[in-house]
Write a protein that binds this ligand. Structure first.
Ligand SMILES: C[S@@+](CC[C@H](N)C(=O)[O-])C[C@H]1O[C@@H](n2cnc3c(N)ncnc32)[C@H](O)[C@@H]1O
Length: 218
């Protein structure tokens, strides 16, 4: 008698990400940039949960994988995503998010170096700062450094901050790594946790595909 081993059913998060992927791919729009891995999406969801964050901002939306992680963290979670442009995959991903999580997501289109300070100015008029900010936009050093600095202006006091792409051995990781390190060295961010390929580590070292960090704005 043949014995078959069934793989475990995919978890809810994995299914939602798969549905998003299919939604974007069916329209043959193509995906222009990378996105969070499943391990990272789960970690982002868990960081939001354990920090009690329900008002969340992210720089870099692309096809919304990280957005799914945050919106799955709790039914109260709401997300504002800052994204450079409204290319077809972004439009489709936004459509999917709005259908699945109605009224819980806002997309701000434009260069984050302009839109985040504008948002900060608007916030001064009354709305509360974000509990958590995820920085995953441009990989250029100058922009990543500006994103960290400007994010502090839209964040609540001692808000959680997550910075992606701390992989200096890859071309796209050098800028975010330098920007993160400068923010830690100048005591604008307190480093709390480093994650490499989904494992929590004491410090980031290659080789690895993905690395990111969790901190707190001081
Ligand atoms: C790695 S993707 C984001 C992935 C997304 N956070 C996820 O996990 O699925 C980076 C995104 O940042 C956007 N981006 C690049 N430069 C930007 C800028 N100056 N302002 C806003 N968004 C920017 C890109 O268009 C791209 O969609």
């Amino acid at each position: 008698m043949a014995v078959y081993t069934l793989s475990p059913a995919p978890a809810r998060l994995e299914l939602v990400v798969k549905h998003m992927f299919n939604h974007v791919m069916q329209a043959e729009a193509g995906i222009y940039e990378g996105g969070a891995s499943l391990a990272q999406i789960e970690h982002l969801r868990d960081v939001a949960r354990r920090s009690g964050s329900t008002w969340i901002a992210e720089i870099g939306f692309n096809v919304g994988y990280s957005t799914i992680g945050f919106l799955e963290s709790s039914p109260e979670a709401r997300v504002v995503s800052f994204e450079l442009d409204l290319r077809p995959c972004v439009k489709l991903a936004k459509e999917f998010i709005d259908e699945r999580y109605p009224g819980r997501h806002e997309l701000v289109v434009g260069d984050s170096q302009v839109t985040v300070p504008e948002f900060a100015e608007a916030c001064r008029a009354g709305s509360q700062g974000f509990d958590l900010v995820f920085i995953d936009g441009s990989h250029m050093y100058d922009v990543a450094a500006n994103d960290i600095r400007n994010s502090a202006r839209i964040a609540a006091q001692q808000a959680t901050v997550v910075v992606d792409d701390l992989t200096p051995w890859y071309l796209w990781g050098a800028g975010p790594t330098r920007a993160w390190q400068e923010a830690v060295d100048s005591e604008r961010i307190e480093a709390l946790e480093y994650v490499v390929d989904g494992r929590i580590v004491d410090r980031i070292e290659g080789p690895a595909d993905r690395a990111w960090a969790v901190g707190r704005f001081r």
